[in-house]
Design a protein around this ligand. Structure first.
Ligand code: SRM
Ligand code: SF4
Length: 561
């Protein structure tokens, strides 16, 4: 087969001198609020995207103004853990330099939106004061490492979060560019190199997660690389390794598809870093660098064949994977409310709609959580933990502090976050409009209205206490992992979505395309008879997705690959 030309992003990376490009010059350019085109690719590796406010794009075009350029910043936050002090700093930055809100992402990170170019450096420098950074939060590298959120499982939880920290450091780019550009670090004078990535980094983004069964909160099978903790006699003896998961799809390009990761074997804890690095470097060397839509690890594996891929990883790591061990997953959701841990301390999980921390007429979430952070600042083990379901855990709280936290939250209108409906507990929506450049329809902003109508229908059938995994995105990229949901909606055009049905409640089965390009009436027109049938004919404890499969109500699966 003829060699394909490299994609333009490969040229930009190669010429970038380890991710420097002309970022310094772009940031200093007083003429525009934007950075150069090439730098828009490089800044991703530094944890930022150039965006513009799409709500005013057309108006500004008519007024002959340049788009309302602004930047999104995403933190690197292994396992989503931060201190009250870090929370307070982010809160202050959101108020001073961003759009008065924080966004908890589906991968346990923070995003701030609406930072103008001239403030970017200040924001990153201030984050650095509290030991937060944004390096490798985006870009063609291993990104934020996700990790199961169950602090109530004491030692096991501590062990996996430590593993997430170690992996994050091990796979972090070595370039000094971040320090030089954002933190006024001294320029690197010696010869630089990237031991894991090389000078062109990876062909595409790369994502890693660690999970402790039975809760599959991280959606481990949606990740390029995953580690499933195997617990025997109360301790972690090792991890099953998963490779090749991914969600992103391009409409009208059938050679793109969501894929569940394969379990390829078992490793002991001391083998995790070497195997992870071997998976990453195999993707580095074998991944597609011509077509970015076919560059994720899932395509590399399907092209090479799983056996050849595993053999390559074993050879590079010098580790022969042992046969996988048994595990069981039960669900992907978080359990809202207070829960006591093995060591007696308390953890409060709040269900935050679409992960958006802001103040509005109903709830003053930003203000309430600021007050909580101030009140627990002196409690050393107290932490905020972001969950993969865009929720928040206030962790390690002594019993005598619980009622004052409750009072703070409830007095700011957050009582519904303690016990949301079963549906809301299992709902995700991506950011979409107005900041996301890729959005074709609304997601986060539309979800509340969609849920109100949906809950009315569920109540008609007596299904109001039924947990159903519902996920909505504004485009097919899949940022809320919609292809894993029992009901998935991906944006097609304003007000129109593709409807996917039948994913597993435990995150172990993809759903299937059911109807294309339908509006809200169309969606509920399809769902209503299925829900009625579900209410009437389901087996005890049967989930909606399983029911659709048992009753053969879904179209035949298409072999995408
Ligand atoms: Fe995502 C691109 C937001 C998790 C698949 N994602 C984007 C961008 C940066 C849009 C862009 O390219 O200009 C979005 C920024 C919107 C904004 O204004 O903030 C964006 N993705 C998000 C977040 C914030 C969604 C959320 O509501 O929380 C999540 C941030 C996670 C983080 O902290 O790192 C987010 N994105 C995901 C996930 C879920 C996951 O990883 O578990 C996926 C699907 C899994 C996967 O990667 O396969 C995902 N995002 C994508 C893709 C499609 C990738 C592909 O393989 O095709 C893109 C587009 C791209 O990469 O070209 C994308
Ligand atoms: Fe944007 Fe699409 Fe991701 Fe939603 S799924 S945040 S619309 S890229």
């Amino acid at each position: 087969m003829a060699e394909q030309p490299l994609s333009d992003v490969e040229r930009i990376k190669t010429a970038s001198r380890f991710l420097r490009g002309s970022l310094k010059e772009s940031l200093a350019d007083p003429v525009t609020g934007a950075i150069s085109d090439d730098d828009t690719q490089l800044i991703k590796f530094h944890g930022s995207y150039q965006q513009d406010d799409r709500d005013v794009r057309e108006l500004r075009r008519k007024q002959k103004l340049e788009p309302d350029y602004q930047f999104m910043l995403r933190t690197r936050l292994p396992g989503g853990v931060c201190t009250p002090e870090q929370w307070l700093k982010l809160d202050q930055l959101a108020q001073t330099y961003a759009n008065n809100s924080l966004r908890l992402t589906t991968r346990q990170a923070f995003q701030v939106h609406g930072v103008i170019k001239w403030n970017l450096k200040k924001v990153i420098a201030e984050m650095n004061q509290v030991m937060l950074d944004t390096l490798a939060a985006c870009g063609d590298v291993n990104r934020n490492i996700m990790c199961a959120v169950n602090p109530y499982r004491g030692d096991l939880y501590r062990e996996v979060t430590q593993m997430a920290d170690k992996l994050s450091l091990h796979l972090l780019p070595a370039t000094g560019a971040y320090h030089e550009i954002w933190l006024d670090g001294e320029p690197v004078v010696t010869e630089e190199h990237e031991p894991i990535y090389g000078e062109t980094y990876l062909p595409r983004k790369f994502k890693t997660a660690i999970v402790i069964p039975p809760v599959n909160d991280v959606d481990v099978f949606a990740h390029d690389l995953g580690f499933i903790a195997i617990v025997e006699n109360g301790s972690i003896v090792g991890y099953n390794v998963t490779v090749g998961g991914g969600m992103g799809v391009t409409y009208a390009m059938p050679e793109t598809y969501p894929r569940l990761a394969d379990v390829i074997g078992f490793v002991t804890p001391d083998q995790v870093l070497d195997v992870a690095a071997a998976v990453v470097t195999t993707q580095r060397d074998f991944g597609n660098r011509s077509d970015r839509r076919l560059a994720r690890l899932k395509y590399t594996i399907d092209r090479m064949g799983l056996d050849a891929f595993v053999a390559e990883v074993e050879q590079r790591s010098g580790i022969q994977l042992a046969p996988q061990r048994d595990y069981t997953f039960s669900n992907t959701g978080d359990q809202p409310g207070w829960m006591q841990g093995d060591d007696g301390s308390w953890h409060l999980t709040l269900q935050i709609p679409s992960g958006r921390i802001k103040d509005d007429d109903q709830q003053q979430t930003l203000t309430a959580l600021r007050a909580v952070a101030e009140s627990i600042q002196e409690i050393e083990p107290a932490r905020f933990i972001l969950t993969p379901n865009q929720n928040l855990v206030i962790a390690n709280i002594p019993d005598d502090q619980r009622s004052s936290i409750d009072q703070l939250l409830i007095s700011h209108g957050l009582q519904d976050f303690y016990l949301p409906s079963a549906l809301r507990q299992h709902t995700l929506a991506c950011v979409a409009f107005p900041t996301c450049s890729q959005a074709m329809s609304e997601a986060e902003r539309y979800m509340p209205e969609f849920l109100d109508r949906f809950e009315g229908i569920l109540a008609e059938f007596g299904l109001e206490n039924e947990p159903i995994v519902l996920r909505m995105t504004g485009c097919p990229n899949g940022c809320a992992r919609p292809y894993m949901a029992e009901i998935g909606l991906t944006g097609k055009a304003p007000g129109r979505y593709n409807l996917y049905l039948g994913g597993g409640f435990d995150g172990q089965r993809l759903n299937q395309l059911y109807r294309e390009n339908i509006d809200e009436d169309g969606i509920f027109g399809e769902l209503t008879p299925l829900l009625r049938q579900f209410a009437e004919q389901r087996n005890l404890d049967e989930h909606f997705g399983d029911f659709l499969h048992r009753m053969e109500l879904l179209p035949p699966v298409q072999e995408a690959a």
